[in-house]
Design a protein around this ligand. Structure first.
Ligand SMILES: NC(=O)c1ccc[n+]([C@@H]2O[C@H](COP(=O)([O-])OP(=O)(O)OC[C@H]3O[C@@H](n4cnc5c(N)ncnc54)[C@H](OP(=O)(O)O)[C@@H]3O)[C@@H](O)[C@H]2O)c1
Length: 270
């Protein structure tokens, strides 16, 4: 039995157990995947180690605490300052961050969207944008602009990647004028069913829109982008499945298929 968990607060809404049980079934693996809402993060981690757990996912608000707690970190976790996947090896904790590569797999592998040489606008400068940045840069866009309600946070994020050169820059919402090939909403505005306040000129009939938020209805951002003529709009359910698949592979060495899981998740939202 492979013991796994997801640690977060709130956690009741998490679809992670359902996703990982479906992945385990693909390989005939027996897993026990628990949801944990810690009183104290450190004590929950100690209990997981003592129980012989293979690892755990971390979600809001514990990605930073997991980063601090891990003994070793992958380069992406190091770059993002956040850990969403912990692998337990004896009493050593290894931290990974699969959010960015999960996003990339959904964009490039599932949706077959071309990112190389694309003009990309990333909206947001919180944990999700921070996690997406290294992966998006690795896809070699011609430009990656970051915009955020609080511009200084976008500028700060840009300053973490001096190696990106002129490809990467922070742009105030009021300064945005041209359209992009891909616009990614990495803000939490959609959780309150609003779209970020941005000029419609960022969208053209060639623009693809991706909202990291997902839900039973078309998200507020995708609704806005559709209204302004976007070519295609997709929500973040695929990212959810892909980041989970990458977590699963870190724990088991097996990379699951996500297609059926995405169908199952979508049906569960209805
Ligand atoms: N699909 C997936 O697998 C997946 C994975 C990770 C995250 N997500 C989603 O991504 C979203 C962001 O997560 P996060 O961890 O980055 O959150 P976070 O760290 O709290 O950051 C929130 C971001 O949203 C911006 N924001 C909030 N309300 C806004 C509004 N009304 N208008 C414009 N901008 C607004 C914030 O701007 P300020 O800096 O100005 O406050 C900040 O940039 C969440 O909705 C989360 O559910 C999805």
């Amino acid at each position: 039995m492979i013991r796994l968990a997801v640690v977060g607060d709130p956690i009741a809404h998490s679809r992670s157990p359902e996703i990982h049980y479906a992945f385990a079934a693909q390989f005939g693996l027996a897993i026990d995947y628990q949801k944990i809402r810690p009183e104290r993060f450190e004590e929950s981690v100690a209990a997981l180690i003592a129980s012989g757990a293979r690892g755990f996912n971390c979600t809001v608000p514990f990605k930073g605490a997991a980063f601090e707690r891990c003994d070793t970190l992958s380069p992406v976790a190091q770059a993002t300052g956040a850990v969403n996947t912990v692998v337990i090896e004896g009493d050593v904790l290894h931290g990974e961050n699969t959010d960015g590569d999960g996003l990339l797999r959904d964009l490039m592998h599932n949706l077959k969207w071309r990112l190389a040489d694309a003009r990309i606008l990333l909206i947001g400068a919180g944990g999700a944008a921070r996690g997406a940045l290294p992966s998006l840069l690795s896809a070699r866009p011609s430009c990656l602009h970051l915009t955020n309600r609080t511009l200084s946070r976008a500028s700060e994020l840009v300053s973490t990647r001096p190696d990106a050169g002129s490809v990467l820059s922070a742009v105030a919402g009021s300064e945005l004028s041209e359209s992009y090939d891909l616009v990614i909403n990495a803000t939490s505005a959609g959780l309150r069913e609003v779209a970020p306040d941005l000029p419609a000129s960022i969208i053209s009939s060639e623009t693809r829109a991706y909202d990291m938020v997902y839900g039973s209805n078309v998200t507020a951002f995708n609704h806005w982008a559709t209204r302004h003529g976007a070519r295609e709009c997709v929500d973040g359910l695929g990212m959810l499945a892909e980041q989970a698949a990458l977590s699963f592979s870190h724990w088991t060495g097996q990379l699951p298929e996500t297609r059926d899981v995405m169908v199952q998740l979508r049906q569960g939202l209805r």
